[in-house]
Design a protein around this ligand. Structure first.
Ligand code: ADP
Ligand code: MG
Length: 257
């Protein structure tokens, strides 16, 4: 078996042993008849474990749809998706719910924190609901990396937007998911807060070995990733290794977006 470096292109066929996510010929059609919209068409892609991948593309190109299909939040119309070697189509609804709960992290544009709970309580809530113990060593590690050790007792309203989103990322990471999906995680943040969140995502990959797939339309955000994928009209049209804000901006200009 060849050794795969974390940033090697693996669009076509990443071996399952090193892939956190694989999608094969995924299509997604919304609606039926003349109103049908093909949001994704024959997308094959793999995400190597412990890497940070950005999904870019013009508005309406299918980024969120791809993320939802990869995360098992939405069903595919064709093709298949694997999370850490498990084919989602083989799972019952109940098994899929458990896989989403136990093996996948989510971060949304709106932080989705519970306003009446402290930062720490928000982080540990999913484990509580799942009846799962939080590993104290891992909790300490994540809290240390998130840089919020002195804010754990604060409510969301007492935290900046960037701090709230870092709590949301820490909450996602506490379950040690196989992969964390983030849809425009910096979309509601100013650039300084955005860079706090992106820096934490980067450290989660580099120092905690986490796998992150992030949808963004911001070239600066994509510059934090190991790899950028480009979608257009539901097709995967390009990829870039070690993207920079400048190189991504340049590529995006060719979409006329
Ligand atoms: P992006 O995140 O890149 O902006 P989306 O994945 O949200 O794009 O959408 C891709 C296409 O699918 C768009 O044409 C959008 O209008 C359509 N679409 C997305 N979600 C739905 C839905 N629930 N019902 C119908 N059409 C949808
Ligand atoms: Mg979207």
């Amino acid at each position: 078996m060849p050794t795969i470096s974390p940033t090697r292109p693996d669009v076509s066929a990443p071996p399952s042993s090193t892939a956190a996510v694989r999608a094969f010929g995924v299509s997604k059609v919304y609606g039926t008849g003349p109103a049908a919209v093909a949001a994704l068409d024959d997308v094959t892609v793999g995400v190597t474990a412990a890497t940070f991948v950005a999904v870019m593309g013009p508005s309406g190109s299918g980024k969120s749809t791809l993320l939802h299909c990869l995360a098992g939040l939405d069903s595919v119309s064709g093709g298949s998706v694997e999370i850490a070697g498990t084919d989602l189509s083989t799972l019952s609804d109940r098994q899929l719910t458990h896989l989403r709960r136990d093996r996948i992290g989510f971060v949304f544009q709106s932080f989705n924190l519970v306003p009446t709970l402290t930062a720490e309580e928000n982080m540990t809530l999913p484990a509580l609901l799942a009846g799962r113990k939080v590993d104290p060593a891992w909790m300490a590690e994540v809290v240390g990396r998130v840089g919020l050790a002195d804010r754990l007792e604060h409510k969301p309203s007492e935290l900046s937007g960037g701090q709230q989103q870092r709590v949301a990322v820490a909450r996602a990471l506490l379950a040690r998911p196989d992969v964390t999906f983030a849809d425009e995680p910096t979309g509601n943040l100013d650039s300084r807060s955005g860079s706090e969140v992106l820096g934490f995502l980067r450290r989660a990959v580099d120092t905690l070995g986490q796998t992150v797939v992030m949808v963004t339309h911001d070239p600066v955000a994509a510059g934090y990733a190991d790899r950028a994928l480009f979608l257009a009209d539901g097709h995967l049209v390009d990829e870039m290794l070690e993207p920079t804000a400048a190189s991504v901006l340049d590529r995006m200009k060719r979409f006329g977006d």
